[in-house]
Write a protein that binds this ligand. Sequence first.
Ligand SMILES: [Zn+2]
Length: 366
Amino acid sequence: MIRWLMIFSVFIGCTGTKNDSSENKIENLIIVTTDGLRWQEVFKGMDSIIATNSKFNEGDSAYIFETYWGINEHERRKKLMPFLWKAIVDDGQIYGNRNYGNNVDNANPYWFSYPGYSEIFTGYPDTTINSNDHPSNPHITVLEFLNQQEKFKGKIAAFGAWEAFDRILNEQRSGIPVFSSFDSIGGVNPTSNEQLINEMLQNSHKPWLKAECLDVFTHYAAMEYLKNRRPKLLYIAYGETDEWAHAGRYRAYLDAGKQVDIWLKEIWDFIQNDPHYKNKTALFITVDHGRGDKEKEKWTSHNDMVEDSHEIWFAVMGPGIQAKGEIKDSMQLYQKQFAQTFAKMLGYTYKAEHPIAEEIKSIITQ
Ligand SMILES: [Zn+2]
């Protein structure tokens, strides 16, 4: 009897694993980050204490309340991110609501951007990566690893509003095109839309000088690439949520978050109406770090001196990923688990010379 059980379980084990990437339901992946958008707004909507503080409401709390207020947290979060709270609840999974003990955190001890993005893409909170000015990432990211796999070679691209993505993803070594800040797009043969985006980008308002462009350019450049060049893995990194928060402009911060939600819908609608991508493509959304909260005036900032700014969130949807909606189970997840999760979603096991945290099993195991 025991022998029969063993044979039976080996048989189940063989058919149940999905190591063969050719049979994977998820063939393409789109990763989106919006820099430093707090879980507090994502899960609870606008914060009325910040909105009524004249230091932060840009003299127009009426606009904030008219646009984002609702009778409870559920109403408020739907007003801020209607696509996320419809599509993810219906078809995906969203993690990070600490009110249920569903905790997602930076594993790195710094709680700012370069260490956060590096943790996302290497699965390794390397403590020597401790500055936004850090030179090119010494580690092979999961994007670079996938770019070495036959199916993904030359089919990965990244678009980031912030100039540091060239270094974070080690554009030079990885061979992955990284279009960051004021880089021109389209190469020697740009489409007419790419030409226009390049022109508008150069002639646009530059509130952060050369370090970062407005998100609108990053978004349309990425969409043009998605439509014309058909990447299998596309990374889009928006930055305005962080910049307006640092500037103490709560209205602009909320508007930037809402705009990202509108763009997530545009991306998803494109995917699901395109035969090349439809029902074969997953979407993963997250942030590099959180921001202050308990001391309300510190919502503008984030680093190891700002309590709570290690608190993050993420959402995922795609073929084969169970529709669990908002995850209300108590658990502890870390940003360092995302890299292996991306690889496993696509049917690979990410390997590199540095330690890599394990994938998030509740997404991968069906
Ligand atoms: Zn920041």
